[in-house]
Design a protein around this ligand. Structure first.
Ligand code: 5AD
Ligand code: SF4
Length: 514
């Protein structure tokens, strides 16, 4: 048991958000200070994130609050406060969490003040919460996706109640703005533009755990991005389960394409990404806005899921193989250099090898830059889980392997098309495997590793794409190329990207700086 002196709450607890959470942050800070004094050292925290970009962004919000109340971040899970932000899109994500909880309980035996919290999509499933109550009593706090904004308040309850605190909401209409956020990268950031999903694809648990679609107001999004840019961010990733239906339910409806045009106007912002686009809602207006934009990245994630019209119908995807291919044609006609990536599920109930052949046919025709392939996972409560014709595991494995091979072969060929060009890359970090290399990301999302000064991290620089290695490139900075053999001779002016002027200007600046 934690030994804590209860702090008297003075004054009225604000009812309005976010003021209410700031009140609780202040209280939580007093508890953290008290325990930290007793221990004679700062209290540490660790946030582990499972799943998608939405969860990654939510985790930055959790980190923001933990830092505000006085915890210090650590790399180790042997910390005073550990939180798992969970995913439940596939069954194996759930199993991972249970496995790792056992390992955390070992740390808690050594440090009786340790607090363990669980949040995210998996907590929205009643069976999960029941299992935690029965078999994982050492967990201190459990909350879901709809009340994450209440984290500070729940933290205070955890300090004060000394028993498992569980707070799960079924749904919410509330969107709380202006809470603290601690970004993982100083120069790029995710920005939620909407929450939830209304599509109910028949295999997918997301609409049940993330609730109905809610869009943030454009002015709130713009204000957030302006602040991020003022704080050094050059690239934003606009996040939503289906960004193409952004704004439909606002009091004054706005299309996603209109929102993008507003974001484009923000001075100092250099790159705009977004995720995820549902093919059924991708408008011609959006294609035009992307085509005419200087800032929107040349990358579209366009989940196919299946290339069989029959399976797409059973999946409730609301497009056909033909309409998907026609959409890709429209995109490629307007924006030929657009990289397209996708998600594919193998083994959906009733899927035959002939259906998988249809999917492979789409892969061969589209030639994705990358595809995330998943084995179908039965999620309790979804319509597909109740379907009788579940596919035998052996067949799924066979189909999966042959589909994966096509994905890898076509992607390798497609990614290699850029070899010999010089394109702009946002330098993200020092390479994890080889510290002499930097890792950058092209506008089309392809990764390039090249020798360079870590001082370039966070900057957009031209990089000569020397060799393609499957999904990534080994590159060189044009400056180095210039020094070796003359810039234009080696690279060729025609190989520059759309932002050629920028690229040359930047290369010249580096020359001058050296
Ligand atoms: N089984 C396997 N993959 C799934 N996805 C969503 N639900 C399931 C499931 N039940 C995949 C889809 C989606 C991606 C985020 O996860 O391909 O696009
Ligand atoms: Fe799931 Fe479909 Fe919604 Fe994507 S669009 S989150 S796959 S229900």
């Amino acid at each position: 048991m934690r030994e804590i002196e209860k702090i008297n709450h003075t004054g009225e607890v604000p009812v309005m958000e976010p003021q209410r959470q700031f009140y609780f942050m202040d209280l939580a800070k007093q508890y953290v200070t008290q325990i930290s004094k007793k221990k004679g050292r700062p209290l540490t925290f660790h946030v582990t994130t499972f799943g998608c970009q939405m969860n990654a962004r939510d985790s930055e919000k959790l980190c923001g609050i933990l830092e505000t109340v006085g915890f210090e971040e650590t790399d180790s899970e042997e910390a005073d406060f550990v939180i798992y932000n969970t995913c439940t899109v596939r069954e194996n994500a759930n199993n991972k969490v249970y496995g790792r909880l056992g390992y955390l309980s070992g740390f808690k035996k050594k440090n009786k003040d340790m607090m363990i919290a669980l949040c995210g999509c998996m907590m929205q499933e009643p069976e999960v919460v029941e299992k935690l109550k029965q078999s994982y009593r050492f967990v201190d706090l459990v909350f879901g996706t709809h009340n994450i904004f209440k984290f500070a308040e729940l933290l205070v309850r955890c300090f004060e109640e000394q028993k498992m605190v569980i707070d799960i909401w079924d749904d919410t209409k509330e969107i709380v703005e202006e809470l603290p956020v601690e970004r993982k990268y100083s120069f790029k950031s995710g920005v939620n533009i909407m929450f939830g999903c209304n599509n109910f694809c028949s295999y997918c648990i997301v609409p049940y755990v993330r609730g109905r679609e809610r869009s943030r107001k454009p002015q709130d999004i713009i204000r957030e991005i302006e602040k991020l840019v003022a704080d050094g961010v050059v690239e934003v990733m606009l996040l939503g389960q289906n960004v193409n239906s952004y704004g439909k339910n606002l009091d004054t409806p706005v299309t996603f394409a209109q929102l993008l045009q507003e974001v484009e106007k923000i001075d100092g912002l250099e790159r705009i990404r977004f995720m995820t686009s549902h093919p059924k809602d991708l408008s011609d207006e959006l294609i035009e806005v992307m085509r005419d934009s200087k800032k929107i990245s040349r990358h579209l994630h366009l989940p196919l899921q299946s290339g069989s019209t029959r399976i797409l119908k059973a999946m409730n995807r609301k497009y056909t193989k033909e309409s998907y291919l026609a959409l890709v044609d429209r995109i490629r006609k307007e924006i030929p250099d657009m990289a397209i990536t996708t998600d594919i599920i193998v083994g959906f109930p009733g899927e035959t090898s002939a259906d998988v052949d249809e999917t492979i046919d789409v892969i061969n025709r589209v030639k994705y830059d990358n595809a995330f392939t998943f084995i179908y996972s039965k999620r309790t409560g979804t319509p597909a889980a109740a379907m009788e014709n579940q596919v035998p595991e052996e067949q799924v494995k066979k189909d999966f392997d042959r589909l994966l091979k096509v994905v890898q072969d076509t992607a390798r060929e497609r990614v290699a098309r850029l070899e010999g060009q010089t394109l702009e890359a946002l330098v993200e970090e020092v390479n994890e495997q080889d510290a002499s290399l930097l890792t950058g990301r092209l506008s089309n999302n392809t990764i390039v590793h090249f020798k360079g000064d870590p001082g370039l991290i966070g900057k957009i620089v031209p990089v000569y794409l020397k060799e393609c290695h499957g999904f990534y490139y080994l590159g060189e900075q044009p400056l180095k190329v210039m020094q070796k053999s003359g810039f234009y001779e080696k690279v060729g002016e025609e190989n520059f990207c759309a932002h050629i002027d920028d690229a040359i200007k930047r290369a010249e600046q580096y020359c001058e700086a050296e």
